[in-house]
Design a protein around this ligand. Structure first.
Ligand SMILES: *[C@@H]1O[C@H](CO)[C@@H](O)[C@H](O)[C@H]1NC(C)=O
Ligand SMILES: *[C@@H]1O[C@H](CO)[C@@H](O)[C@H](O)[C@H]1NC(C)=O
Ligand SMILES: *[C@@H]1O[C@H](CO)[C@@H](O)[C@H](O)[C@H]1NC(C)=O
Length: 204
């Protein structure tokens, strides 16, 4: 009797775990096709436009998208830009995953043979890094149920770069070099003036 209760409670707990424990990325089906306008290796800056196009893989059986309610397209860090950066780490538990930190667009899911598209201007807070684009489909409970991405499963193909504009401008660097040279010169000038003054006052 006791062991039956134990087995039952373990079952209930593991069910609860799978229902409420956060969705694991590895359980998602790759059913969405998604394209982003940047060419592989292209370098973009804040303000540049990215067009994303998505749709269901039409060779999949009909009804596979019945539970899809919403769709979110996100900008995600490629592995090369995650290295040594725990705050961008990929975690299979999607509630802890830091791969895709920028939302490009959120839309109700549209079951259609036509692709959907959206034009996005790269925002100023996007840091310099290498990226790809991923779409998630959500069910009515708000859980991820499927995805699609512009890159392969190893995240090595069709990556593009974004250069943040917060970086220092070359002419600013030149200005600061000139300014430091000027300060060194004036410091020496001041030093010699003081020395001369000291000598003059010694003579008197
Ligand atoms: C996933 O992360 C969430 C939030 O930290 C946590 O509550 C949940 O238990 C985790 N799920 C698994 C299966 O590790
Ligand atoms: C679309 O789905 C079919 C059937 O599962 C699969 O063979 C094909 O690779 C998928 N296409 C893409 C681009 O993922
Ligand atoms: C939708 O996008 C996919 C992948 O880019 C493409 O193969 C397909 O032809 C597109 N479908 C339409 C209706 O444009």
């Amino acid at each position: 009797m006791a062991s039956r209760i134990l087995v039952a409670s373990i079952l209930v707990f593991s069910l609860l775990e799978t229902c409420y424990g956060g969705v694991q990325f590895s359980t998602l089906k790759r059913t969405l096709l998604i394209n982003a306008s940047p060419k592989p290796g292209e370098l973009l800056k804040a303000g540049d436009m990215v067009t994303v196009t998505w749709g269901l893989n039409q060779s999949l059986p009909a009804g596979i998208d019945d539970e899809y309610k919403n769709l979110k397209v996100k900008l995600c860090y490629a592995p090369i830009s995650q290295k040594d950066r725990a705050w961008r780490k990929t975690v299979n538990n999607l509630s802890k995953d830091k791969t895709c930190q920028f939302t490009i667009v959120t839309r109700p899911y549209k079951a259609s043979k036509e692709n959907q598209s959206f034009k996005w201007a790269i925002e100023r807070d996007v840091p310099t890094a290498t990226y790809f684009v991923r779409a998630y489909a959500y069910n009515s409970a708000g859980e991820e149920v499927a995805f699609g991405q512009t890159t392969d499963s190893k995240k090595t193909t069709y990556l593009f770069d974004i250069q943040a504009i917060t970086g220092r401008h070359p002419s600013l660097d030149i200005a600061s070099v000139c300014f430091s040279a000027f300060s060194v010169v004036s410091l020496f000038g001041f030093f010699f003036m003081e020395k001369r003054k000291a000598k003059i006052s010694q003579k008197n």
